[in-house]
Design a protein around this ligand. Structure first.
Ligand code: LLP
Length: 417
């Protein structure tokens, strides 16, 4: 459920007409709904109500300070994968003891930053990383809390680019090697072993892969317990899918029930790292139609948003519903929705039945709140879009559209030129 709804053929975000925002802010822009974000976070968090749990929103899905602040206010923790995300998380007010740090390639400066900050735990993905964290913790006179990210070799049945828990993927440590990694970690002077972690993929629409991964982790926890290595936190990662088109992913309640069932009476704090399921359907990308054009083989709707604004269609062949901001009378037609960039891959939709739209009309690309703005770029020296948040009948620009000055900020022309 989200709060982008038509009233008299005009799309509203909560109580604000989307076209009123476009008039004031220009296009393209990302638009987030406060009520939807709140609803999604609470629905997910409450689903695990009976369990000792910490929901750590996965920052990578949307790092808008406004979105992060809203989630921090709701009691979320944060899952980060870079020093930059840690920086943003702290700016947004997350308490360090609710921050977990995942990722296969943590740099020394990032490890130091996280150690100085005192985060809840590092999800360690290799032996070399473990050694480095021990070394840096010793140098900084800190104790690093760690979990090992286990690769349970489970097929999440999603797009190959976002499957992460198969043995051919770069992520985590296989279950047998994890045991020796734990033994090693438990002997290190500046490491405190506190958890176990996995993340098997994203946009997962079935429960079974999660159950399989959890069973494998539970088994490991028991083996570690027998070896005198107690585990306090079990981090299940993120990955729960959303409906872009016709997918019917499990409801968080069913997901939580399945997890609780596998956990049984295991005494542990569960950590979850949802990203997409919280923000995906809480955001849209609004673009203006520049031109319509009929080729010999296809018709095109050319908008002022392009692949640099929303990478998902070209990167994962992802589907985003295109809805008119104002519904007009007339015939639907089949066309590609494309941007102004000089690449054939610059499309937002292909061979799509599109409601009647003309040059000057506004189109909403739905379900764009996750991995939308965060993956945008300045390709072709295009200015990155504005971001706007609506709450009730008010809207606020939470990130200005970039300017030409922003585009060259930090650049210089050397004297020898
Ligand atoms: N935790 C870890 C360690 C992750 O790597 C991810 C996502 C998450 C949590 C959050 O997963 P979610 O709940 O959002 O599925 N750019 C791609 C998605 C990449 C996901 C990467 N990892 C897309 O646009 O579909």
């Amino acid at each position: 459920m989200h709060y982008f709804q038509y009233r008299n053929n005009e799309m509203f975000c909560e109580d604000v007409p989307v076209q009123a925002i476009a008039r004031q802010v220009g296009t393209p822009f990302y638009l987030y709904s406060h009520a939807t974000l709140t609803r999604h976070f609470n629905a997910f968090n409450d689903a695990f109500g009976g369990l000792d749990r910490l929901v750590c929103f996965s920052a990578k899905a949307n790092t808008s300070l406004a979105v992060l602040k809203l989630l921090a206010n709701l009691g979320s923790g944060l899952d980060i994968v870079s020093g930059g995300e840690l920086f943003r998380g702290l700016k947004a007010g997350f308490s360090p003891d609710r921050i977990v740090y995942s990722g296969v390639g943590k740099r020394v400066d990032e490890i130091d930053f996280a150690l100085e900050t005192g985060i809840l735990m590092f999800n360690v993905e290799s032996l070399e990383e473990l050694e480095l964290i021990q070394m840096r913790a010793e140098a900084l006179r800190k104790k690093a809390r760690v979990s090992i990210r286990v690769n349970p070799d489970v097929d999440p049945k999603t797009h190959p680019y976002i499957s992460t828990g198969l043995k051919k993927n770069k992520f985590g440590i296989d279950t047998e090697s994890a045991i020796s990694a734990y033994q090693r970690a438990s002997r290190m002077s500046h490491i405190s072993v506190v958890g176990i972690d996995c993340h098997i993929g994203s946009q997962i629409t079935e429960i079974q892969p999660f159950e399989d991964a959890l069973k494998s982790l539970k088994n490991l926890i028991q083996r570690l317990g027998n070896m005198g290595i107690p585990i306090r936190h079990l981090d299940m990662g993120g990955g729960l899918g959303i409906t872009y088109r016709e997918e019917s992913p499990p409801h968080p309640i069913d997901y939580a029930r399945a997890i609780a069932h596998v956990l049984g009476d295991l005494k542990i704090q569960l950590i979850l790292e949802p990203g997409r399921v919280i923000v995906g359907n809480a955001g849209i990308l609004v673009a203006r139609v520049l031109y319509r054009k009929k080729g010999l083989a296809k018709e095109f709707v050319i908008t002022d948003a392009a692949m640099n604004d929303l990478m998902r269609p070209i990167l994962y062949n992802a589907y985003h519903e295109a809805m008119p901001v104002v519904r007009a009378e007339g015939e639907s037609f089949t066309a590609d929705i494309v941007g102004p960039i000089c690449e054939t891959g610059d499309f937002l939709a292909q061979d799509r039945l599109i409601p009647p739209v003309q040059s000057g009309d506004l189109l909403a690309l739905m379900s764009a709140g996750a991995y939308g703005f965060v993956m945008s770029s300045n390709y072709c020296s295009r200015l990155r879009a504005a971001e706007v948040m609506v709450k009730g009948d008010q809207f606020v620009v939470v990130k200005d559209r970039e300017t030409y000055a922003d585009l060259i900020a930090g650049e210089s022309i050397p004297d020898f030129l």
